[in-house]
Write a protein that binds this ligand. Structure first.
Ligand code: B1M
Length: 212
């Protein structure tokens, strides 16, 4: 069993989607519990990918193919996790803010969050403050994760925080922000709860914000 989990981990780290799919299937057939495959296989591997990225050993392409392999394994596991009543750490609504169409970094953040055990509501790009608000009010998300790549769209992060305050729901959700022009100082200025410089640290930050 240990061996299968090891194969899954190294398959993810190498971005070998087919190996991950076949080994997750084989592990399930062998009777390895789905939560164990998730925690000891998928999540552990993505944590290692994140570490290597932070240390400058992995770059965006390696991270993308690892995340794709992880997602392929997760797709097979998902029905079993639902059967086993495995709850995600929390629910995150992620999106690139209004006026901004850049989504590569946001997608990476979503993948790392998913790899860390979060449920993701991907709102896409050009996301208005109203749409973020709806995600809190209707979908009950625990965290709003906003990305911006343009200095001209960064103010829409503040507009979203302000809209949450005006709607009286600011305290019911954590807000984290990131993207190339975004800084910790900006996060402090607009009253966001957290900032992360990259996708790996975004996953760590989301966990911290929820005390997970
Ligand atoms: Co655009 N673009 N672009 N572009 N583009 C930049 C951002 C720019 C810096 C290029 C430049 O001039 N040097 C510049 C912005 C200048 C500024 O405002 N400071 C720029 C511009 C001006 C524009 C247009 C206005 C160009 C034009 O039309 N005149 C236009 C705007 C369109 C719009 O959005 N309304 C535009 C369009 C485009 C394309 C459509 C062609 C394409 C986007 C394709 C897509 O995303 N699907 C594009 C691209 C690819 C870029 C560059 C080259 C690369 C961005 C990227 O994907 N990086 C970029 C220049 C550059 O950065 N070198 C540029 C890789 C990605 C993995 O990094 O997104 O930073 P990044 O994400 C990182 C971290 O920032 C962090 O984690 C990620 C990975 O670790 N992170 C978070 C991101 N979100 C986070 C959220 C978090 C936490 C961390 O918590 C919630």
């Amino acid at each position: 069993m240990e061996n299968k989990l090891e194969v899954i981990r190294s398959g993810i780290m190498d971005g070998d989607m087919q190996l991950v799919q076949s080994t997750v299937t084989a592990a399930l057939e062998e009777g390895v519990p789905a939560p164990e495959i998730l925690n000891e296989g998928l999540i552990k591997a993505m944590a290692e990918v994140g570490r290597l990225f932070e240390e400058g050993e992995y770059f965006v392409p390696e991270m993308l193919i690892a995340a794709r392999a992880m997602k392929a394994g997760l797709a097979i596991l998902k029905p079993k996790l639902i059967d086993a009543d495995v709850k995600p750490i929390g629910k995150v609504a992620a999106g690139t803010v209004k006026g901004d169409l850049h989504d590569i970094g946001k997608n990476l953040v979503c993948m790392m969050l998913e790899g860390a055990g979060f449920e993701i509501v991907d709102l896409g790009t050009d996301v208005s403050p109203e749409k973020f608000l709806d995600a809190v009010k209707i979908q009950g998300v625990d965290v709003i994760a906003m990305s911006a790549l343009l200095t001209t769209t960064m103010p829409n992060m503040k507009n979203t925080v302000d809209a949450l305050v005006e709607a009286g729901i600011r305290d019911s959700v954590k807000v984290m922000i990131g993207g190339a022009p975004v800084t910790q100082a900006y996060a402090d200025e607009i009253g966001a709860d957290g900032y992360a410089p990259d996708a790996s640290r975004a996953a760590t930050m989301a966990k911290q914000l929820l005390g997970a």
